[in-house]
Design a protein around this ligand. Structure first.
Ligand SMILES: [Cu+2]
Length: 267
């Protein structure tokens, strides 16, 4: 910096201005009063946008109009309108994982931003073969043994249904979104999305047991202002029947016995 350049230190919290004119001895700071006022006018708005918490309650409605007591694992997300998409997180070590233990995935549902990696550690004492052949990300991690782990990068938006080719009772879901503004409902249906900047958003709701049309009907444009925002009750119609048993990775029915023998041969 040249010796004659002014150095301005402005703290917007208390509007304290420290003006130091290097190399100009005897120059009163009063000479810079108009400049100071201009600068203060420019910083009169808070420099950090306020972050809003968006809340809502998801209800799963049965065919007989009663509500399901367990409304967990619904996903509610906000996509910023006019925004090409939030920057994807860097592909570092997976920050989320779907653990295989006691022939089940834990947790049942994981939500990630597109570009994120999810780890699939096998904590059982036998083999699993994790695969996904449906919407979202398609992959097959093959047969892998106790104590080992694999990771998958979810590089496109969508719902990935995760299964094991050995144990038909194992299932999980990975939802990959182009936004960091999402919440997962708890058993009571409560959803909270933290740190949302004010603006206009497209609201989306998803639940594994929902009738798709009822999810489409909930999609709408919302405006988030500078105060806490409630989405109210999000009523989702639940599918009247249990989902059909899924096929294995070859599109065939599972064998009736589900082998958990470590020597289970690769089909
Ligand atoms: Cu398995």
């Amino acid at each position: 910096m040249p010796a004659s350049m002014p150095t301005l230190m402005i703290n917007p919290r208390n509007f304290f201005v420290n003006l130091n004119w290097r190399g100009s001895r005897g120059f009163s700071s009063l000479h810079f009063l108009p400049l100071m006022l201009l600068l203060l006018a420019g910083i009169s708005q808070p420099s950090i946008a306020q972050q809003i918490t968006v809340t809502g309650k998801l209800e799963l409605l049965r065919k007989d109009a009663t509500t399901d007591k367990d409304a967990s694992f619904g996903v509610v997300w906000l996509t910023r309108i006019g925004d090409p998409g939030e920057p994807a997180p860097t592909n570092g070590a997976p920050r989320q994982q779907l653990v295989q233990r006691n022939k089940s995935f834990n947790p049942h549902l994981v939500v990630v931003q597109v570009g994120s990696s999810v780890a699939f550690p096998n904590k059982d004492s036998f083999f699993h073969n994790v695969f996904s052949l449906f919407d979202g990300k398609r992959f097959d991690l093959g047969l892998y043994e106790a104590g080992s782990s694999r990771a998958v990068v979810f590089d496109r938006e969508g719902i990935s249904y995760i299964f094991c080719n050995i144990h038909p009772e194992m299932s999980a879901v990975v939802v990959s979104l182009k936004t960091p503004y999402y919440g997962i409902s708890d058993a009571r249906g409560a959803v909270s999305i933290a740190d949302v900047p004010p603006g206009r958003y497209e609201l989306h709701v998803w639940h594994e047991r929902a009738i798709p049309e009822s999810l489409d009907a909930l999609a709408r444009t919302i405006s988030i202002g500078d105060a806490a925002h409630s989405l109210g009750t999000l009523r989702v119609a639940q599918q009247p029947t249990a989902p059909q048993p899924h096929k294995n990775k070859y599109g065939q029915d599972y064998e009736t016995a589900s082998p958990s023998d470590p020597l289970y041969p690769h089909p």
